[in-house]
Design a protein around this ligand. Structure first.
Ligand SMILES: C[S@@+](CC[C@H](N)C(=O)[O-])C[C@H]1O[C@@H](n2cnc3c(N)ncnc32)[C@H](O)[C@@H]1O
Length: 409
């Protein structure tokens, strides 16, 4: 039977379609990653999802939620799994650590590294390790070692003598305590948070530090346990709005909530963006320039009277303890191709709202003028006790185990 003759709703057909989409998007780039996606039955690791959802190349399947309704575990989106597996450059026989389990990604890794390889997957949640172990056994991947524990330390005793050839982290982390477990020449793929921005970075050794390659915009459920994110969150308007700041002064939630009902400042930047045009380097620039940078989220179903944020997820924000300004968009007033473009604006609330709106406005203009057409910044990672060279333009994000250096040039 060819893929054309498979029933349209069969898992085999949906799997073949997913692989075709992942290849077309260049998320799958090598034959062994393709062969793994073509073989592993994704639906067996996500039995709660309809088949079409399990095989959507762009979507995650949430497998557990916390008391607040937010996901604490999921089977990640196929495009991101493919991207991270390609970045890890796994070879047959490789010894691999996966941080954060679910079973499916570990099965893909097991397919790629083959019978001579090693796959260790660690998860902090017994609900996740129980089902991951069961699904792996049922689908023929019982050789995967499923470990229950906080990955901050739990992987150490399972590391091969010379370290893992690859470490693939599948949970959003703020720091990297696994550098010592990586074999010389190995690769470590990590969705790393800095100043509330997330990028999956592929770290490779470079002398006394790591280079962080292939930055990829991504979103993962947040790390729990010892590596919990240090974020502060202000939940406003009965849960319809969330403001997130990594550190800085304690947020005064009552004042921030009250600020929403007062007069706002609205500014327009003249900076425009076209349909499908990427502008994720803007987030990196504002995070470089301003340590009040954070993220704004508004429930799209809430009719609050607020000007809509520029994007549903990862909308830039500047915030102080009692005031904030976020990025918004509108159709430009004057532009030759106005119908195909949007103009960035800023909206400020609270005592310092006007000032924050002006500063966010200025950051957007600086990004547009000086950095928009530059290559994205480079990343290096040093141990926490090292003295990394300070970038001329950039920022050092200091963490407990490491320091991430972002350099614009
Ligand atoms: C996105 S899921 C993993 C996806 C999975 N690798 C797959 O096959 O698609 C992230 C997992 O990380 C786990 N996790 C969160 N904090 C952790 C920690 N400190 N140590 C180990 N696992 C953790 C969560 O319980 C969750 O199951």
């Amino acid at each position: 039977m060819t893929t054309d003759t498979l029933p349209s709703e069969s898992p085999d057909r949906l799997r073949a379609d997913m692989v075709a989409e992942l290849k077309e998007g260049a998320w799958i780039r090598s034959p062994h990653v393709e062969a793994a996606f073509a073989k592993v039955p994704r639906e067996k690791f996500a039995p709660e999802a309809p088949l079409s959802a399990a095989y959507s190349a762009q979507d995650t399947v949430v497998t557990k939620r916390g008391h607040d309704g937010r996901a604490t575990s999921s089977i990640s989106a196929p495009w991101l799994q493919a991207e991270m597996l390609e970045s890890a450059q796994l070879a047959p026989g490789a010894k691999v650590l996966e941080v954060g389990s679910g079973g499916y990604n570990a099965a893909l890794i097991a397919e790629i590294v083959g019978p001579c390889g090693l796959v260790v997957t660690v998860d902090i949640d017994p609900f996740v390790t129980e089902r991951a172990g069961r699904f792996l056994a049922e689908t023929g991947y019982a050789q995967v070692k499923v470990v229950l524990g906080d990955a901050e330390h739990a992987a150490d005793e399972h590391a091969p003598e010379n370290g893992f050839d690859a470490i693939i982290v599948t949970v959003g982390v703020w720091d990297i305590p696994w550098g010592h477990l990586l074999a010389p020449g190995g690769r470590m793929v990590v969705p790393l948070r800095f100043s509330t921005v997330s990028r999956s970075l592929t770290f490779v050794h470079d002398g006394d530090h790591f280079l962080g390659l292939n930055p990829t915009v991504c979103g993962f459920v947040p790390c729990q346990g010892a590596g919990k994110l240090p974020d502060q969150e202000a939940v406003l308007a009965d849960g319809a709005i969330r403001l997130t700041l990594e550190s800085g002064p304690a947020l005064d939630v009552a004042s921030l909530d009250q600020a929403l009902t007062a007069e706002r400042t609205e500014l327009w930047t003249g900076v425009t963006v076209g349909r499908g045009e990427l502008f994720d380097s803007m987030h990196l620039w504002i995070a470089t320039a301003d340590d009040r940078f954070g993220m704004f989220w508004k429930d799209p179903d809430c009719k609050s009277g607020l000007i809509e944020p520029a994007m549903r997820w990862y909308c830039p924000l500047l915030i102080t303890h009692d005031s904030f300004a976020y990025l918004t968009i509108r159709r430009p007033q004057r532009h030759e191709a106005a119908e195909h473009r949007w103009e960035f604006g800023t909206c400020g609330y609270g005592r310092a709202g006007a000032e924050l709106a002006q500063q966010l406005h200025d950051h957007v203009q600086t990004w547009d003028r000086d950095w928009r057409d530059h290559p994205i910044p480079t990343f290096t990672l040093y141990p926490a006790d090292a003295a990394p060279p300070a970038p001329t333009v950039g920022r050092i994000f200091r963490k407990r185990h490491t320091q991430l250096v972002m350099t614009w040039s």
